[in-house]
Structure formats: C-alpha cells, structure tokens
Design a binder for this molecule. Structure first.
Ligand code: RB5
Length: 149
C-alpha cells in the first residue's frame, strides 16, 4: 500500500512521528508531499498535492495533518473524488473506512497526542470498505460532485 502524506507547519512534528512509524511497516510505502519544515506555510497547498496523488491512483490512501485537522480536511475535500475524514478517535477511523470509503485520514496535531494518532493511523489502514448499501451512498456523494460546475 502506498500513502500520500501532507501537512502544514502545525502538523509537521506529528508527521515526522508517523513517518518513523510507517518506516517500521514492511508493506507500507509513502510519498511525502510536504511541508518539509516547521516554517509557517499554507495547508491547502499540501492538501491538494497529496489529494491529487490519491485521485490519480499514484497513491492508495492519504494522511493529512494540520493544527486542528480542519483546514487540511476542508481543502482535500475540494478535490473531486476525495473523501477526507477528520478523525480524533479509533472508532471514527474504522467506520469512515467501512461506511464512507474514506480515502484520506486527517488529524489535528494540536488535538491529539502522538500515541493516539498512531493508533488512529493503524485503525484506518486496517479497515476496509463494507460496500453494499454504503456503496450507493458513495455514489450519491459522487453525484453531488458531478453537479458542481
Ligand atoms: C495554522 O496555524 C493552523 O491554522 C492550521 O494548522 C490548521 O489548524 C487550520 O485548520
């Protein structure tokens, strides 16, 4: 599995911890779309770059982090085909894969400690889409997108 990673300065430190954790996993690779330091920057830039890698198929799923997780999730969800879920607990991380077929996990580095954040990552990556009635709902989300000009 290949992941697209993106963060702003608020998420930079936590992203380094997530990358170190992912480095211990044999079956996971990632592409880091930045930011690459704690210098102040604009989260939409990194959200868009990582989101484009997911919708193009270059990456299977993505992880995005900013201070709250809110700005970077709003930004990613502007990219057609992205279902970015802001999660602060493991239950939501599991259910958003199972029911929403979320393709990007968003977290707030100023909200979560690193221990919980890594558990959320594990949970998100381990879960899969349930399909069935949920597939129809995902199709309806795509219909909303297709109505936008
Ligand atoms: C940056 O200060 C902060 O606004 C950003 O990381 C994020 O929390 C925005 O939603």
């Amino acid at each position: 599995m290949k992941l697209a990673l993106g963060c702003d300065h608020g998420g930079y430190a936590l992203m380094q911890e997530i990358k170190a954790y992912l480095d211990t996993k044999e079956n996971i690779e990632y592409k880091d779309f930045g930011t690459y330091s704690e210098a102040s920057c604009d989260y939409p830039v990194f959200a868009e770059a990582a989101a484009n890698a997911v919708v193009s198929g270059e990456c299977d799923l993505g992880i995005l982090i900013c201070g709250t997780g809110i700005g970077i999730s709003i930004s990613a969800n502007k990219v057609k085909g992205i279902r970015a879920a802001l999660c602060s607990d493991c239950f939501s991380a599991e259910m958003t894969r199972r029911h929403n077929d979320a393709n990007m996990l968003c977290m707030g580095a100023r909200v979560l400690g690193p221990g919980l954040a890594l558990k959320i990552v594990d949970t998100f990556l381990a879960a899969g889409f349930d399909g069935g009635r949920h597939a129809n709902r995902i199709a309806l989300i795509s219909e909303i997108e297709s109505k936008q000009v």
